[in-house]
Design a protein around this ligand. Sequence first.
Ligand code: NAD
Ligand code: ZN
Length: 342
Amino acid sequence: MKSLVKSKPEQGIWLEEVKAPTVGHNDVLIKVRKAAICGTDIHIYNWDEWAQNTIPVPMTVGHEFMGEIVELGSEVKGLSIGDRVSAEGHITCGHCRNCRAGKRHLCRNTVGIGVSRAGAFADYISVPAINIYKLPDAVTDDLGAILDPFGNAVHTALTYDLVGEDVLITGAGPIGAMAAAVAAHVGARNIVITDVNDYRLGLAKTMGATRTVNVAKENLRDVMSELGMTEGFDVGLEMSGVPSAFQSMLDTMNHGGHVALLGILPKGAGIDWDKVIFKGLQVQGIYGRRMFETWYKMGALLQSGLNLKPIITHHVTADEFQKGFDVMRSGQSGKVVIDWAA
Ligand code: NAD
Ligand code: ZN
């Protein structure tokens, strides 16, 4: 089958013929119809230090996808051939303390599709049936392909009560922009989003941010005065992974504020912990999606009218993958969907 493979330990990714995956008793085989390029795939493409330390070579990449079930393992129940599905990309062990307590998102033995085992940029992918999410009719094929990052946004944004609150989102990448959409949908008051990229800030505005701030040109405190925010933000969603952005969040949070950290900060990021302590902030690290509560919430948010469509800015076919990676790497895009079966 056709597959996008990290086949050499150097920059790039290559379209190659590989063997189709086998299907275990508890697995399903999915014919991939749409996939999307994640920031993680860009790290793998660039072959940065994280990728060099993490990614086995050769390996099929990709973990944001949807498709159709074409084969069921002998023990699989509740799913049928032909089901339109996406899948949770974190495969958990099922036997650690957290898994047994129903907190699978905290499994210490998590294995990632397209990171530690064969991924979704391929004609077929095999995944454990428990990871499958059946797509409601309200979720189009395109949106089905981006539920993984939407889930990051939903998990982070719904960690705290946003109703009527003033929310700061640092980082208007695809996930930050989608978090703005969630915050708007559930009734936050001011939704201020920062970035240094005007294209992405424009996208975040379309998605629901009430005020965008290019921190290279504008001062966040001036914006707060303009909005009449005398005390500070109630909720902070860190979605840039940039230390100065996180620091500006700590600086502008109200006392007793709530901060959720999704962005992956570089090792040794200097953080002014005094702000956390003396403001009595609550800080929560976020990893992946809640299994499978976040998936139910995503379906419900889309069914209740949250419009995610504008975040998909580009489509490419599998043969045009290089074009897709190039536009993602340029920063001048939202989500790039690969019409794999086209
Ligand atoms: P992204 O890299 O596309 O977006 C980050 C954005 O931050 C970019 O638009 C960039 O221009 C912006 N930025 C740069 N400097 C900034 C500054 N000083 N202030 C504000 N913004 C600034 O990433 P994404 O795919 O949207 O993901 C967001 C973050 O979440 C990334 O750090 C990613 O690694 C991380 N992530 C974490 C998890 C998890 O499970 N914890 C899952 C997915 C992604
Ligand atoms: Zn586990």
